[in-house]
Design a protein around this ligand. Structure first.
Ligand code: SF4
Ligand code: SF4
Length: 445
C-alpha cells in the first residue's frame, strides 16, 4: 500500500501542502480553471466512469486541495492521477486555456518523488522504463520474441488459457506485442534527390526503431524523394517521453541533454519526428530544461526545430509524383499529435494528395484509444475499455486500412481490433505516402 514519504523540513517550509518545493503544480495555472466543465465530454476517463474526480476539472481540484494542505498524497488521491491518460483532450476543449499538460506533468513528478508505490508496482514500472527506453535492450529482445512468435509457443499460450495465469500487466504486454518485421537499419546520412531543399535530422525513437523500422525507413525515403538530406545519428538516445509522462523527471532531463548534444553536432535545419508521443515531448524540452543554465537556451532552440513528419511535408510543396492508391482509409488522430502538438489538418491533407484515396473520419475523434505512453501497460482495464470503444467505432466503417501517426496507437488499435475479430491493417500515415510515391504494394504491417 502506498504512502507519503517523509518530507524534509526545508520542503515543508516551502508551504506547498502535500507537494515538495521542486516545481509543484503552479497555483496560477490551477486558478485559471473556472470549473465550466467544457472539458468533461472529451475526457476518456470521465466518459468511462462518469466520476467528477476522474475528470480534468476534478483532478485540478485535487491538485488545489493538495497544494493547500487539505488533501494528502494517499492511494485514492494518487489513483485519480494514475488513471489520467495525459491525452490533453481537455486542453483542446478548454476555453480558458488551462495548461493541464504542465499541471499533470508537475503532479506526476511530485508523486514519483513523494509517494511510495510499494515494491511490486515500483519494480514493474522500473522494468517498463528499463525496457522501452533503451533501444539496445529492445534489440536484445528480438531473438526470444521471434522464437516465441514463430515456434508456435505464442499460439499455444493464447489458445491454452495459460495467459490468464500471468499478472495483468504482463498479459497486456503480450497482447500488444507486434509481429517482428525485418530490421531496416538507416544509413547515417540518406542523400536527398536533387535539387536539395533541406538537411533534416530524424528522431528514430526506441519502440519505433526496433519494432517499426519500416516506418523509419519509409520516412527517410519520402523525405529524400522530396529533396531532404536525412541525418539519422545512430548514437541518439531515447528522448525520455515515457519518463516525462510518467513523472520520472530527473532521468528525462539527462536523456534530453544527451539528445540535444547529438543533434547539435548533426547541424540540421529541422528535426523530424514520426512518433507523436516523442514529438510532443521534444517540443517541450525548453520547459523541461528551464532550470539548467547550460541547456535552457539550447533546449529552446532544439525544440523550435522539432516538427512532425506531416508538418515538414505539408510545408514543402510536394515534388515527387503520387501514384493512385484505391483505398478507404480510416484516419485516427493520435492524442499527442492532435491535442499536444495541434497537428490534425496536415496528415489528412497529405493523404488527400494521393489519387483515388478516400479519408474516412472516425467518430469521437477527440477521445483517446487508450494507448497513452505506458498507460495500456499500467492501467490495462481502462486501456482495454477505451480500445474496445474505439474498435467498435472503426469496425463498421468498412475501411481497407486504419492510419495514424504514433506507434503506441498502432499497437493499441491492432490489439483492440483483433479482440473484436477484425484484421484491418493499422499503419503509419507515412507508409501510405511512401507506397504512393514508390508504386510498391502497401505493406500489411
Ligand atoms: S489528460 Fe485526458 S484523461 Fe487526463 S484529464 Fe485531460 S482529458 Fe482526461
Ligand atoms: S474546460 Fe478548462 S476551465 Fe473549464 S473546467 Fe475544464 S479545465 Fe477548467
Amino acid at each position: 500500500m502506498g504512502k507519503n514519504r517523509a518530507q524534509t523540513s526545508a520542503e515543508r517550509d516551502a508551504n506547498t501542502g502535500a507537494f515538495d518545493a521542486k516545481h509543484p503544480p503552479a497555483p496560477e495555472l490551477i486558478d485559471q480553471c473556472v470549473h465550466c466543465g467544457f472539458c468533461l465530454p472529451v475526457c476518456p476517463t470521465y466518459a468511462l466512469w462518469n466520476e467528477e474526480m476522474d475528470s480534468p476539472r476534478g483532478r485540478i481540484y485535487l491538485m488545489k486541495m493538495a497544494a493547500e494542505g487539505k488533501a494528502a498524497m494517499e492511494p485514492q488521491w494518487v489513483q485519480h492521477f494514475d488513471a489520467c491518460l495525459g491525452c490533453m483532450a481537455c486542453m483542446t476543449a478548454c476555453p480558458s486555456g488551462v495548461d493541464y499538460g504542465k499541471l499533470i506533468e508537475a503532479t506526476r513528478a511530485q508523486i514519483e518523488r513523494n509517494y511510495d508505490r510499494g515494491g511490486l508496482e515500483k519494480f514493474y514500472r522500473q522494468m517498463i522504463f528499463a525496457l522501452f527506453t533503451d533501444p539496445a535492450m529492445l534489440r536484445r529482445l528480438r531473438a526470444p520474441l521471434w522464437l516465441y512468435q514463430k515456434s508456435g509457443l505464442k499460439t499455444l499460450v493464447r489458445t491454452s488459457g495459460m495467459l490468464k495465469l500471468l499478472p495483468k500487466g504482463l498479459r497486456a504486454m503480450e497482447s500488444l506485442m507486434p509481429a517482428l518485421p525485418k530490421p531496416e537499419p538507416l544509413p547515417e546520412v540518406t542523400p536527398a534527390q536533387e535539387p536539395k531543399r533541406l538537411r533534416v535530422g530524424l528522431l528514430l525513437g526506441c519502440v519505433q526503431r526496433e519494432f517499426f523500422p519500416q516506418v523509419n525507413a519509409a520516412t527517410a525515403r519520402v523525405l529524400a524523394a522530396e529533396g531532404c538530406e536525412v541525418v539519422s545519428p545512430a548514437d541518439q538516445p531515447c528522448c525520455g517521453a515515457l519518463m516525462v509522462h510518467a513523472g520520472e523527471e530527473d532521468r528525462a532531463v539527462a536523456l534530453a541533454r544527451h539528445l540535444i548534444n547529438v543533434f547539435e553536432r548533426a547541424q540540421v535545419d529541422a528535426i523530424v519526428t514520426n512518433a507523436a508521443g516523442c514529438g510532443s515531448n521534444v517540443k517541450e524540452y525548453g520547459h523541461l530544461l528551464r532550470d539548467d543554465p547550460q541547456y535552457a537556451q539550447r533546449a529552446k532552440a532544439f525544440s523550435a526545430k522539432c516538427k512532425d513528419i506531416s508538418e515538414v511535408l505539408y510545408a514543402l510543396p510536394s515534388r515527387a509524383e503520387r501514384k493512385p492508391l484505391k483505398l478507404n482509409v480510416a484516419f485516427h488522430d493520435s492524442c499527442h499529435l492532435q491535442h499536444a502538438q495541434r497537428v490534425a489538418m496536415q496528415p489528412r491533407s497529405l493523404l488527400r494528395e494521393i489519387p483515388d484515396l478516400r479519408v474516412t473520419e472516425i467518430a469521437e475523434p477527440a477521445i483517446c484509444c487508450g494507448s497513452a505512453g505506458i498507460y495500456n501497460l499500467v492501467q490495462p482495464n481502462a486501456a482495454n475499455a477505451l480500445g474496445d470503444r474505439k474498435a467498435r467505432l472503426i469496425a463498421p466503417l468498412n475501411a481497407d486500412v486504419v492510419v495514424t501517426g504514433n506507434p503506441g496507437c498502432i499497437l493499441q488499435l491492432r490489439s483492440s481490433l483483433q479482440r473484436l475479430g477484425s484484421n484491418i491493417p493499422v499503419l503509419h500515415t507515412i507508409q501510405l505516402i511512401d507506397a504512393s510515391i514508390s508504386g510498391q504494394p502497401l505493406a500489411s504491417n
